[in-house]
Write a protein that binds this ligand. Structure first.
Ligand SMILES: CC(C)(COP(=O)(O)OP(=O)(O)OC[C@H]1O[C@@H](n2cnc3c(N)ncnc32)[C@H](O)[C@@H]1OP(=O)(O)O)[C@@H](O)C(=O)NCCC(=O)NCCSC(=O)C(=O)O
Length: 382
């Protein structure tokens, strides 16, 4: 595999999003990631929507190898033992206690390979009153206070995208990278623990700071007002968002762009604080103006006046967006049996080039079982 982590081996015992994302972030950097799956259907994410190659599963498992083997069988245990001995990192996102029951608790792992960096992802940590509960994205969003931050207090909504899961996977990767760097320098391999509750709170430090420093809760509406973000519906029904930021020059240019230079002298809107206080009034005035022309008109006009703005793109529109096309953000992965698949590229490039981006399609269940067993000197059924 090309990439800066080429030569590092990772064993991934993970399902759904958190652990698989962590593994994929390392695989995207060139690590050899071996995902061990329960032969009974594999990662449950595979069968979301039927089949074993769902869009959900494919989003988090490219550039990996899949081994389908029961870790409760003799061969499975021997394989894991060999893999642990020859790997740099082990990622698991089971509930606390599962690794011990499988016979691979901390002490055993350390004894098998003192250089192994073990990364454990849990819902709530390895101890404490909730530690044995099952955890999914919605649970961490609710417990962390994140759900309460979404507008309507009578109907708190979950963020549609799986923010807690994805953020946890990224923090786990951050921990692993730091541990790897330290191990390379000092020879000491540490255990990395990340839990979804802490990760989600760490992702949104502002409401906690705002509450402790100002004694009140800044809800999402207040934050939008403070951030000077506006969304408008244009004449063709399409949405457009602008950001006035804190800079006065953008406000002046905006007033000109919408044909209302007089607003600059309006005392309600003259300062940032005024515009926050009179957010609704400004939204009404500008909203009426945006409703007069289709979105394309406004895109051209706001660009001409150097306003920070964006169309609120639908997912199909993202593919068509000229900047997304310029960045080549998507790539095609080809699988021998499954055909072509469109996938996002790694969002990090080195030396201005995409050349070291690994491009292996997600594996089918057990695609590499025989290959990995052979590499470990084992035969199926041993
Ligand atoms: C996701 C979970 C709720 C799933 O709960 P469970 O299905 O009850 O799994 P557990 O982790 O408790 O236990 C896993 C069991 O599978 C067994 N197991 C695992 N792999 C194997 C293989 N290869 N062979 C045989 N048996 C296996 C393992 O030994 C355990 O058995 P026994 O020892 O016999 O019990 C939980 O794992 C969890 O809370 N994980 C931590 C937080 C997390 O990452 N959540 C998912 C985020 S993704 C997400 O939220 C989202 O998609 O949305």
């Amino acid at each position: 595999m090309p990439g800066p982590l080429a030569g590092f081996r990772v064993v991934e015992l993970s399902t759904m999003i958190t652990g698989p994302l962590t593994g994929m972030l390392l695989a995207d950097m060139g690590a050899d990631v071996i995902k061990i799956e329960n032969p009974e259907g594999g990662d449950p994410f595979r069968s979301y929507g039927g089949g074993e190659y769902s869009a959900q599963f494919c989003s988090y498992n490219r550039n990996k190898r899949s081994v389908a083997i029961s870790l409760k069988s003799e061969t499975g245990r021997r394989l894991l033992e060999k893999l642990v001995t020859g790997s740099d990192v082990l990622i698991e996102n089971f509930r606390p206690g599962v690794m011990e029951r499988l016979g691979f608790g901390d002490e055993r792992l350390r004894a098998l390979n003192p250089r192994l960096i073990r990364c454990s992802i849990t819902g709530f940590g390895r101890g404490g009153p909730y530690s044995s509960r099952p955890c999914y994205d919605a649970i961490a969003q609710g417990l962390s206070g994140m759900s309460s931050q979404f507008l309507d207090p009578d109907k708190p909504r979950l963020a549609g995208t799986t923010i807690s899961d994805n953020v946890t996977g990224q923090y786990a990767c951050y921990g692993i990278m730091a541990a790897l760097l330290e191990r390379e320098r000092t020879g000491v391999a540490r255990s990395v623990d990340v839990n979804m509750l802490d990760a989600t709170m760490a992702f949104m430090p502002e409401p906690f700071a705002y509450y402790t420093q100002n004694g009140e809760v800044a809800d999402a509406y207040l934050r939008i007002k403070n951030s000077q973000a506006y969304a408008f519906r244009c004449a063709d029904g399409k949405m457009l968002a602008t950001h006035m930021a804190s800079q006065q020059k953008f406000w002046m240019q905006f007033s000109e762009a919408i044909g209302r230079p007089d607003l600059v002298d309006d005392p309600r809107f003259a300062t940032l604080v005024g515009r926050v206080e009179n957010y609704e009034a400004l939204l009404d005035i500008a909203g009426g103006i945006f409703a007069e022309h289709p979105r394309l008109h406004w895109i051209q006009r706001l660009e001409q006046f150097d306003i920070p703005f964006t169309p609120v793109n639908s997912i199909p529109e993202v593919f068509e967006d000229p900047q997304v096309q310029h960045l080549s953000s998507f790539m095609t992965l080809s699988h021998r049996e499954k055909g072509d698949l469109t996938a996002l590229r790694r969002p990090v490039t080195f030396d201005g080039s995409r050349a070291d981006q690994p491009t292996v399609a997600p594996p089918t269940l057990g695609e590499h079982t025989a290959e990995v067993l052979r590499e470990c000197g084992l035969e199926t059924g041993d």
